[in-house]
Design a protein around this ligand. Sequence first.
Ligand code: GUN
Ligand code: ZN
Length: 441
Amino acid sequence: MNATVSTPAITAVRGHLVSLRDNPFVVGDTAAMWAEPDGLLLCRDGKIEAVGAWRELRDQVPENVEVVHYDDALIVPGFIDCHVHYVQTGIIGAFGKQLLEWLENDVFPTEQRFADKAHADVVAKLFCDELLRNGTTTALVFAATYPVSVDALFEEAERRNMRLIAGKVLMDRNAPDALLDTAQQGHDDSEALINRWHGRGRLGYAITPRFAITSSPAQLEAAGALWKAHPEVWVHTHLAENRGEIEAVAGLYPDRSSYLDVYDHHGLVGRRAMFAHGVHLHDADFRHCHDTGAAIAHCPTSNLFLGSGLFPLHEACDPHRPVHVGLGTDVGAGTSFSLPTTAGAAYQVAQLRGHALTAPQLLYLATLGAARALDLDDRIGSLEAGREADFTVLDPHATPLLDFRSKQAGSLDEVLAVLMTLGDNRAVRAAWLAGQPTGPL
Ligand code: GUN
Ligand code: ZN
């Protein structure tokens, strides 16, 4: 007999709901945070239909719908990773180098393997599993030069109904021949991928020049023209990560006033542009990002691992001209897929810059702030009616140490801080996509 497995259109989830309503760097923690200790999320057709106190909403749950109750856990919006390389999953923890040498020795060899669709399929599956295991429900992802490496990832994300943005890397110089495209081929391959994937289900395309060292002026110009022709897609690249890199860019683009100006000159700065790192940006760059709506992915575990520097988060988030900032794991330079772990590293980096971050600020950077940075806050990033029902269930008692420590915590903020200090994938009890629980973590 053939049994058809169908997903229910309506689901209901009860538990301690925690979400941001606004930017705590601007309005302060109290105004920005929202929590409902005994709350209900009523989901219909992949979206949150109603959210609020259990006692007020319980009557809206249809009789035939079983309420999933997560006791003693926090339900937060699904985490959003603003910068990650799925094709570098196999080289996490390659010791001993800084950026440019690491690219040559570790990254370029591993990325060449993604010309093989079968290899890309295997890694794409592992990668999506790892995102969900860590409670990450959306990511902005670098694939490799090869269009098949993008196909593999989008096929995997589509199977799971994940909201995911990715792109084929553009690089036409300063890398092994096997990884290079040309300005024209890169443009045409990207456009074909946009036509095949952008807007299909919950998938989006990002035009993805690796960085200014590996793209000629002609390639950046073609990328800018492509964005002009498809303004609904994203731009995703690296910016001002490492001092050696910045020197090389200045040598390759001597007429440009700054690294950001290289991208700006080619029409690659604006809303829906995501720049990874920005460790060595200055006030004028942050102002330009603020004015144009361009966003920065702060990748602290990567910056520490490669010795790139300490991102000036408080300058970027200055309430007088706040820049959109989200967190990025930047795997494989980053050392963890976990956004709570990445938030913990952001806390430590900020301390070394003389600022202590708060738990609501960090949760913002991993959820609503990232959604705003991606111009997707009307879809994801918060627990609000009308948003897509992507959320993550965190267990503050997941390990003996977490349990012991969380029991000493006197406030929600303290529990969140503990989760960002001790928490990793073990603290993720469940991840839901579009109102459906994902498989066992
Ligand atoms: N800059 C150019 N390419 C890369 C990359 O793959 N990883 C990081 N961290 N920085 C880069
Ligand atoms: Zn990167």
